[in-house]
Design a protein around this ligand. Structure first.
Ligand code: KIV
Length: 284
């Protein structure tokens, strides 16, 4: 991609029926590789809490860390449409704080869209951040930041009543100013209805094929995470195995004295070693 993609390009893609490929990634090197593909959107997700920092939920990750890694991803992928994830407590405390924190992603990290995990209690936050001039992605359905309240994750919208609530919430988010939606773990049929009834691009994370785009986290796509993961994950490589093999080979070559060889070494200039030895004579 030669020019930076924006929300306008994604709205256009939706109108033309072109699917949007998105990925969650958290570092410069992975982002530099993503930048060489047709992936249009990168989210720096608060899943960094588990996948980078090793926590057992998204809750502990802090604002400063999210800003730093978002800026790193932007440096690696200058032209993707970059979405930053508002971490837990960065938008719930007050509207001014939410606007300030959202703005940090734009000003300090080059993000173009601000993602907020939203219930109906967050409609005023969506509106305020949007009114402040930022493009907001409302994340509805399964919301990892509510884990302490819900205990465990399950798909969302499997009964008509709950489905109607989610459809209504999606519309309320758009009315409040969200210019895109992320549906996580929403049943396929409901995700399809939401997608058909809004002009806002709808990205699916485990919400079926009828949305305008799909997102998975890079470590899952690359096979770096252990275990099978959620049902909606598809692995496209097995980098955990490759990484393990490479690191074991590296350790073995060191213990066997095979690495490094001369090709990995710097050398003193010709004639300088003799000079050095005579200079050191008195000291050796
Ligand atoms: O944090 C994240 O990476 C996300 C995606 C899984 C959608 O929210």
């Amino acid at each position: 991609m030669d020019t930076k993609l924006t929300i306008v390009d994604l709205i256009q893609a939706k109108k033309q029926g072109q699917k949007i490929a998105a990925v969650s990634c958290y570092d410069f090197i992975t982002a530099s590789i993503v930048a060489q593909t047709n992936i249009q959107m990168v989210l720096v997700g608060d899943s960094a809490s588990q996948l980078i920092l090793g926590h057992d939920s998204t809750l502990p990750v802090r604002m400063d860390f999210m800003v730093d890694i978002t800026a790193a991803v932007r440096r690696g992928a200058p032209n993707v449409c970059l979405v930053a994830d508002m971490p837990f407590l960065s938008y719930q405390v007050s509207i001014p704080e939410a606007i300030k924190n959202a703005g940090r992603f734009v000003v300090e990290a080059g993000a173009q869209i601000i993602k907020i995990e939203a219930t109906s209690a967050q409609l005023n936050v969506i509106k305020a951040v949007s009114d402040a001039g930022m493009s907001v992605m409302a994340h509805i359905g399964m919301k990892p930041q509510t884990i302490a309240k819900i205990g465990k994750f399950k798909s969302e919208g499997s009964t008509a009543e709950i489905a109607a609530e989610i459809i209504d919430l999606a519309q309320q988010m758009v009315n409040a100013g969200a210019s895109s939606l992320l549906l996580e773990g929403v049943v396929t049929e409901v995700a399809e209805i939401i997608t058909k009834n809004t002009e806002a691009p709808v990205i699916s994370c485990g919400s079926g094929p009828h949305c305008d785009g799909q997102i998975l986290v890079a470590p899952d796509i690359l096979g770096l995470t252990s275990g099978k993961g959620p049902k909606f994950v598809k692995k496209y490589a097995n980098l955990a195995q490759d990484t393990l093999g490479a690191l074991k080979d590296y350790a073995k070559e060191i213990s066997d004295g095979i690495f490094p060889t001369d090709e990995h070494c710097y050398h003193i200039k010709s004639g300088e070693l003799e000079k050095l030895k005579s200079m050191l004579k008195d000291k050796t």
